[in-house]
Write a protein that binds this ligand. Sequence first.
Ligand SMILES: NC(=O)c1ccc[n+]([C@@H]2O[C@H](COP(=O)([O-])OP(=O)(O)OC[C@H]3O[C@@H](n4cnc5c(N)ncnc54)[C@H](O)[C@@H]3O)[C@@H](O)[C@H]2O)c1
Ligand SMILES: O=C(O)C(=O)C[C@]1(C(=O)O)C=C[C@@H](O)C=C1
Length: 367
Amino acid sequence: MRGNVLIIGLGLIGGSIALGIKKEHPDARIFGYDTDKQQAMLAKALKIIDEPVDDYPETAKASDLIVICTPVNATVQVIETLSRQPLKETVILTDAGSTKKKVLDAAERHFGARHVFVGGHPMAGSHKSGVAAAKEHLFENAFYMLTPSRFAGVKEIGQLKMWLKGTKAKFLEVSAEEHDYLTGVISHMPHIMAASMVNLAESAEHKHEIIARLAAGGFRDTTRIASSSPEMWKDILLHNDQILIPLLDSWIREMEEVKEWMINKDSRRIYDFFSGAKRFRDALPVHEKGAIPSSYDLYVDVPDYPGVISEITGYLAESSISITNIRILETREEIYGVLAISFQSNKDRALAVECLQLKTTYDTYFD
Ligand SMILES: NC(=O)c1ccc[n+]([C@@H]2O[C@H](COP(=O)([O-])OP(=O)(O)OC[C@H]3O[C@@H](n4cnc5c(N)ncnc54)[C@H](O)[C@@H]3O)[C@@H](O)[C@H]2O)c1
Ligand SMILES: O=C(O)C(=O)C[C@]1(C(=O)O)C=C[C@@H](O)C=C1
């Protein structure tokens, strides 16, 4: 497609959407605005946008697609500002925010039937912020929820999907209310819990200095998302309060129950608590982007000495096995580290296991 695209909010998500649009529609001209000028300059330097702009309401007047990728409270303000501009009649407006009800209410209130607004929310991301973390493939195979306003028709929804085709995401239309409940359960509550676990550890550290250094796989796996943007999450909790408050109530009730079972030494219920969770977690879909990463990961226990990564990648390269990612998950003080190596296919992973078993004594395992 051709035309002018305006991205407002050039962070992780705005940058990744811009890359997806440019890939599929190289003739589109992508303008970008961010209150933080450095982000806009960086987006230009990284060729994520064609042109940074200072006056977004002015640029909006000639835009064919406007994508708002700011924290959700700012999204409502941007909608209000845009509604006061003489926008093109055919413009399509969307956003990428993690909540939808308040955003859709603002869009319907301010644009009415004058302009089409289709709420959007790609269900993939990261704890990292800023345009430097943007990736063309961030949304590949992920669900991309769309919440059309009541004035949006099939034609405009189809046009938006065309604009966003390069994200390679799977579109899913839901109502704003449904969206906020689903994400409340599967995304917002886990972020509250992760932040709470980290805060608990921090207060324990005042008395036991060693605690942070003991943080191993369990703590790291369950709290990565506590490193996410506080600004973004403050807004999400305030937007989705109607859903999150009852969810918090039922979670607090469950924690009270766990406490009671422990006081009463009720081993059966405690067992059921964990076995029920394990059953559901183990049955989550593995080979699509969602709760469980889609790559084929192999974990290798390696001694913590310089050069161990190049040793392992060297063996894999000798056997012509390609890897897509490699990272150290944790370092258990001067003894072992866990190397996570990602492969494109199950076959590559199996070959890597064979290769490492032949050439090293390191333990390998995968989920
Ligand atoms: N991070 C994720 O995993 C994720 C995933 C899906 C959706 N989202 C949603 O996408 C949106 C953006 O999140 P992100 O992770 O890209 O955050 P980010 O912090 O990386 O980027 C947000 C950008 O918006 C800019 N900004 C703030 N107020 C603005 C305003 N009034 N006008 C213009 N720019 C403004 C900030 O300077 C920043 O550069 C949020 O609404 C978030 O809820 C995030
Ligand atoms: O992978 C992460 O770091 C995320 O937290 C991504 C995540 C989530 O899964 O909760 C966070 C917020 C978004 O609205 C959508 C996706």
